[in-house]
Design a protein around this ligand. Sequence first.
Ligand code: URA
Length: 287
Amino acid sequence: MNEHLRRKISEWIEFYRELGIEEFYVRHRYPAPEAGLASAALDGKQSSEPAVNLVPAPTSPTLAPTTPVVSAGFQAQSLSLFEAPPPRRRERESLADIRLDLGDCHRCGLANGRNTIVFGEGNPHAELVFVGEGPGADEDAQGLPFVGRAGQLLNRMIHLIGMKREDVYICNVVKCRPPGNRTPFPDEIEACSPFLFRQLEAIRPRLICCLGAPAVRTVLGIKEGITKIRGRLCDFGAAKALPTVHPAYVLRNPREEKLLREDFEKIRDFLSAGASTIANPIGQRRP
Ligand code: URA
């Protein structure tokens, strides 16, 4: 990379840093987005290298961070940069953008055993998002979350509070089925959860219902047992999160259905009346 480009990149990074932006995506494009923008063009020669476009990572005052690919202290040598006025702050990314970025994901070992990536389903503007643990056999076969027996119970609870499945958004901590429906491993959650947080950021629901301990741990960072924490409204940036038991747990322990019902009634009360009417709210970390 020539000196001129190196200096330009430093200036851009400095510019963004002053705006408070410290993380960037590197977006690869094939071919170069516009003639004259890639470094090869600036150098006056052709290159087979993809052009790379430096994009500030979406900043979120409220929700968890997205996946930083490059931080402000990055080594710029491998990048090409186009000469253009610094872009304006990026618009909020859509679920479609996130799905596209996920691609045919092989970021963790779960890719080897899956049939389908289960990205998530529902209203992209939902006030209520459910986060489960990970796809099971039915979900893996159909590519949709919560379509098996646990899903039928979830649908029943959604109807119980006067909502329809199409009103809400449903997704999971991991998007590929863990073998034998085991709990996802930490490295799998680490690889996958940035996409979950980006989905939450894209939707910006009022309430996130965490179904079971892995969802509570991932979304809220709370390691406490689900039976202790369930039904307690937690802060999640500007939104709220409500941990509850996983529907699969209720299928195994039918007498516990009352817990799920109780928590869904809280969901209904929260969405219809607002947070202040809910008893027992607890503060949690800012994600
Ligand atoms: N259990 C989950 O946690 N998620 C699903 O999508 C289905 C079952």
